[in-house]
Design a protein around this ligand. Structure first.
Ligand code: SF4
Length: 337
């Protein structure tokens, strides 16, 4: 099984960087993204920045800048703009199962934190003990988003073939909580009848509560033309009652961060589904919110209850929303890997 998975990992190709290492976010001033690779190795079928389409995994080449840290140091030294927060990474996952990328991500994280900047890490990968140790030394500067939508291995493997196993991510969530590192779970993508069901979410919420999670940011799937063919195949493999085209037929168009123009699910599907998900989360003491950027046609979330410890949302409400993380994820109340 391991050999089969390894054979599907892309081949890293070291490259020099042409453009600026700092990518400004449209979400807030002072927020910049840093990517280490051009595309993402995790190959999530719903994600437009995934480097592989279904069936050809293992033959891809993944451009990788092994000197991202040096480029970032130089960019920060010469930055004209006020740089306050670095998001690692808006267009890729910083913690794929590729040693050089993981090592470079840790170097970037160390540089950012030692410079006194805030660091946001979004991932569906695994944290090393060393990275957890580093992040735990800077709890006031760090915010982590862990993408996870199910404990079901078959479901996760079909939709996120090379991302970390759900139980591996659960172990990391426990370690983040134990280390006092501020984090939230990115419940993405919710898919009607597939990942937004009580049967799927109650076991996940129970486990998240057990390992110390308190905040969940939930977003329904967007339909981007780049992923429609792969999603159609995945839905068929999962015996989904509808095709993506049918599911999104009556949904409005929306523009989301750097993803661009997408098709959203119909408003009532999202409104009713999110209300159910929030109430199920509350059964386990989880505060479930969604993003206004992803749901411009829904009412804003109610104000969050008072909490102890730093919150992704309280510190920077729209910080991540200019980025496509499911992609991978996108930010809270108004939305990691
Ligand atoms: S959703 Fe995140 S982890 Fe998956 S392919 Fe996209 S960027 Fe990578």
């Amino acid at each position: 099984m391991l050999a089969e998975t390894q054979s599907r990992w892309p081949k890293l190709v070291p490259v020099g960087r042409r453009g600026s290492v700092l990518r400004p976010s449209s979400a807030a001033p002072g927020v910049f993204g840093v990517d280490l690779t051009a595309g993402c190795a995790h190959s999530c079928v719903y994600c437009p920045v995934s480097i592989s389409s279904r069936g050809d995994a293992g033959n891809e080449r993944l451009p990788f800048d092994p000197y991202t840290t040096e480029a970032l140091a130089a960019a920060l030294d010469s930055a004209v703009a006020d740089v306050r927060t670095i998001v690692l990474s808006p267009q890729t996952d910083p913690l794929p199962p590729l040693g050089p990328v993981r090592a470079e991500s840790a170097r970037v994280a160390q540089l950012v934190l030692e410079r006194g900047l805030d660091l946001v890490i979004l991932t569906r990968g695994r944290f090393s003990r060393r990275l957890i140790q580093l992040l735990s030394a800077y709890p006031q500067q760090v915010r982590v988003g862990v993408g996870l939508f199910s404990l079901s291995k078959p479901l996760v493997r079909e939709l996120e073939p090379l991302a970390a196993s759900p139980y591996g991510r659960i172990r990391d969530i426990r370690r983040l909580a134990e280390a006092g590192i501020p984090f939230e779970v990115r419940l993405e993508p919710l898919i009607p009848g597939l990942t937004d069901t009580r049967a799927n979410l109650v076991p996940l919420f129970r486990k998240l509560s057990e390992v110390g999670a308190t905040r969940v940011v939930a977003h329904y799937l967007f339909l981007n033309p780049k992923v429609q063919a792969g999603l159609t195949e995945a839905f068929a493999g999962l015996r989904c009652k509808q095709t993506p085209a049918e599911m999104f037929a009556d949904g409005p168009k929306a523009t989301v961060g750097t993803i661009g123009l997408v098709r959203n699910l119909p408003r009532e599907v999202r409104r009713e589904g999110l209300a159910r998900v929030m109430s199920w989360g509350a059964e386990f003491g989880l505060e479930v919110t969604t993003g206004a950027a992803q749901n411009p046609d829904l009412p804003r979330n109610p104000a969050p209850a008072a909490q102890t410890g730093p919150s992704l949302r309280r510190r920077s409400p729209t910080v991540i929303s200019g980025y496509p993380t499911p992609p991978p994820s996108a930010p809270t109340a108004a939305a990691i890997s």
